[in-house]
Structures are given as structure tokens and as C-alpha cells.
Design a binder for this molecule. Structure first.
Ligand code: FAD
Length: 384
């Protein structure tokens, strides 16, 4: 029995899905794991991996045209899972590029916008970011201060966005702004006058990911730079549903990586004349980790099957994002603890995963926000 897949979830996958998983797993083992510790320590995003990630078809993988791989939702989930086994930063890069930037351009963009951006983004030649969160509070995006006003045939944008993944390396930013007609999406390109992106330094989490603040000061965007297909908060929320779905899978990979390392450690570490793994208290903790991983795997797989049938709902995604992030973070923290003093060393993965997961449980809706979304579904009462 595979210790990281007690319910043989892999047996529920199609041949193609298994192939995708194996391909990404090989890439992560060969190219991510050897460098990720150093990247984390140096606060550096390994940008040199982007062409390889693109060549594997991992960018915009669900899109069927524009040079994208056209894979199903479960395959996208498996991509996220294997990438995050390496590091949440690599998965975050792919999530943002695919679900938060290519997805809105694909579903809400014009033909010209799709043709202009998607092929280059699939090849990794253009990097995208998604600007929704603002400095005064991300949990309440309806209270958006960034605004766009019409001026002749153009729009003029003012405001600021905070905590934006890929922000300072992005060639194109999907920025959401309040207008007289409601919230709209704007494509802001690197170098536009009045637009600046500043990397946020000194993070203790997602150190191998670029996170930035975006500033917009009288940025003039032509009408051709507005996403024509959506007005209102449902635009960004639809993108977040896609990305959160991928997160539910991704964090499983991080949790599996932690447990795998811990299993090895508890077998070889001898205390009180016996391996650590020979203690009931330790086995109970290991068993609990396996239970949480198994539950998360089954939630994500069923969510993916629903997604591929076109039946996945945002509430289901909220429940899985909450459950799986909580499970992964608790597992990473417990693995860190069971490693003892060694657990605080960068020699071992759990503390890096643990620190990363503190961001992952916060971004794209905190646990509280997803609990309130499920509560709203159950009661019919909006408690936000
Ligand atoms: C590393 C990183 C990368 C990110 N990348 C992006 C990105 O690419 N694009 C983007 O737009 N955003 C991004 N974010 C922002 C992220 O989505 C927000 O941080 C998140 O939504 C929370 O918003 P906030 O930080 O403003 O916290 P706040 O909204 O200020 O929340 C603070 C606390 O209050 C709690 N809270 C809020 N409302 C309630 C309530 N009604 N009842 C009880 N408790 C409540 C929250 O759960 C939280 O614990 C990123 C964040 C991080 C850390």
C-alpha cells in the first residue's frame, strides 16, 4: 500500500491523467527540488524554470487553443499537486499565470486580446499577474478603491493593489477597478505611464515567489485594453474559483512531501532505545496525517470530476480550499514538531512548506472567508 495514497486515488485516474502527474513529478524531482531550498533562502523566484514549465504545457493547461495543452480539470489539479510537492511558490506562479491571468483573458477577453496575449503566455514569454487585493483589505473586494474613469475613448486608472503574485515581473496585469458601470477588468502592460510594481521584500513565506505592490497613477488604458466580457465582482470571483480549485490539489502535494520526509525520519531516529516510529503517540500522529491527506485527495478528485462535468460550484470549492489548506498546514506544523530541533533547519522541507502554507491558507480567501461562504450556503443568510 502506498503510504501517501492509502485509498489508491491514483487508480481512479485515467492513463492521460497519470501521464501528466508522472511528467510533472519527474520535472519537480529533477529541476525544482535540487534548487528550491537555496531559492527560498535567497528570496529568489527561479525564473529560469519558466521556459521548461511552459515546454511541458503547464501554463494555461486547461485552454484548448492558442498553443495550450487543453487538458481536463483533474490534470490541472495533478499539475498543481506535483508542483507544490516541490514548493508552493512554483505552484503559485502557474496558478496565477493560468487561472488568474490567462483564464480571464480567455473567457472575458476580446479576440484581439486572446490572440495578442495567450500564445506568448502559454510559451512563458509573457508573464501575467492578477490585481484584486488592495492595501485596505482583501477579504472585502467589493469595497474597491481603485477606479477607472472614462476620458474620451480611453480610461484613466488610479489606485493601488497589494500582495500581487508575479507583480513586478509581469508583462501584463489583469487589474480590477471600480467604474460607473461596476467593477471591470483592465489589461495593464509593463511600461505604461503611471504604472509601477514594487517587489515586497522580507517575507517569511513564499520566499521563492515574487509578491509585489502595484501603483496606478493616472494610467491611460485604451478601450481595447478593457476585458469586454464581464462587468461586476463576478468577473474576478470566477477567476478565483478556478485558482482556488487548483490550490485544493496543490496543498496535498506539500502535505505529502512533509509526511514522506517525516516517515523516513521517524524510522531512523532512535530515542529511548527504539525508533521514534515505534511509539504509539507518534504513530497516532502519522495516522492522523494520512487521514487528512486521504480526505483531501478524495475531496479534490471529486471536485475535479464535477469540474470536468461543468457542475462544480464555488461553495464546493470553498469547502475544499478551507479543508485542504487547514489539513496541509496542520500536517506541516506537526511534521516540523516531530523533527525536533532538526525541524527548524532548512535541511528539511516541512518548515519551508509550513511557512509557505501560512500564505496559501490566507490568499484567495482566508479560512474564515470560506467558512462564511459555506455557512451562507447552508443558512441562506449572508454573514459577511
Ligand atoms: C503571498 C501572497 C500572495 C498573494 N497573491 C495575490 C494575488 O496574486 N492577487 C491578489 O489580488 N491578491 C493576492 N494576495 C492577497 C490575498 O488574497 C489577501 O491577503 C487575502 O484575501 C486576505 O486579505 P488581507 O490580507 O487584506 O486580510 P484582511 O481582509 O484584512 O483580513 C484580516 C483577517 O480578518 C479576517 N476576517 C475578514 N473578514 C472577516 C469577517 N467578516 N469575520 C471574521 N473575520 C474576518 C480574515 O480571515 C483575516 O484573518 C496574496 C497574498 C499573499 C500573502
Amino acid at each position: 500500500m502506498a503510504p501517501l495514497d492509502l485509498y489508491e486515488v491514483r487508480g481512479l485516474l485515467s492513463d492521460e491523467e497519470r501521464m501528466v502527474q508522472d511528467t510533472v513529478a519527474r520535472f519537480v524531482s529533477a529541476r525544482v527540488l535540487p534548487i528550491i531550498r537555496e531559492c527560498f533562502e535567497q528570496h529568489r523566484f527561479p525564473r529560469e524554470l519558466v521556459p521548461e514549465i511552459a515546454a511541458l504545457g503547464l501554463l494555461g493547461s486547461s485552454i484548448k487553443e492558442f498553443g495550450c495543452a487543453g487538458l481536463n480539470g483533474v490534470s490541472y489539479g495533478l499539475i498543481c499537486q506535483e508542483l507544490e510537492r516541490g514548493d508552493s511558490a512554483i505552484r503559485s506562479f502557474v496558478s496565477v499565470q493560468s487561472s488568474l491571468c490567462m483564464h480571464p483573458i480567455h473567457v472575458f477577453g476580446s479576440d484581439e486580446q486572446r490572440a495578442r496575449f495567450l500564445p506568448g503566455m502559454a510559451r512563458g514569454e509573457l508573464i501575467g499577474c492578477f490585481g484584486l487585493t488592495e492595501p485596505h483589505g482583501g477579504s472585502d473586494p467589493a469595497n474597491m478603491k481603485t477606479h477607472a474613469r472614462r476620458r474620451g475613448g480611453d480610461w484613466v486608472l488610479n489606485g493601488a493593489k497589494m500582495w500581487i503574485t508575479n507583480g513586478s515581473i509581469a508583462d501584463v496585469a489583469v487589474v480590477w477597478a471600480q467604474t460607473d458601470e461596476g467593477i471591470r477588468g483592465f489589461l495593464i502592460e509593463r511600461g505604461m505611464r503611471g504604472f509601477t510594481a514594487t517587489e515586497i521584500e522580507h517575507k517569511f513565506s513564499l520566499r521563492a515567489s515574487v509578491t509585489a505592490a502595484l501603483y496606478l497613477e493616472d494610467v491611460v488604458v485604451p478601450q481595447a485594453g478593457v476585458l469586454p466580457g464581464v462587468v461586476g465582482l463576478k468577473g474576478p470571483l470566477a477567476c478565483l474559483t478556478q485558482a482556488r480549485y487548483g490550490i485544493t490539489w496543490g496543498v496535498i502535494g506539500a502535505a505529502q512531501a512533509c509526511l514522506a520526509e517525516l516517515l523516513e525520519y521517524t524510522r531512523s531516529r532512535e530515542l529511548f532505545g527504539r525508533p521514534l516510529a515505534q511509539n504509539q503517540a507518534v504513530q497516532i500522529r502519522l495516522a492522523d496525517m494520512a487521514r487528512r491527506i486521504t480526505t483531501a485527495q478524495l475531496l479534490s478528485l471529486q471536485l475535479g470530476r464535477l469540474k470536468d462535468q461543468g457542475a462544480m460550484t464555488p461553495t464546493q470549492v470553498s469547502l475544499a480550499k478551507w479543508n485542504n489548506c487547514r489539513a496541509a498546514l496542520d500536517i506541516a506544523r506537526d511534521c516540523r514538531d516531530l523533527l525536533g530541533g532538526a525541524g527548524i533547519s532548512a535541511e528539511y522541507g516541512p518548515i519551508r512548506h509550513m511557512l509557505n502554507l501560512e500564505s496559501v491558507i490566507t490568499y484567495e480567501g482566508t479560512q474564515t472567508i470560506h467558512q462564511l461562504a459555506v455557512g451562507r450556503e447552508l443558512t441562506g443568510i449572508n454573514a459577511f
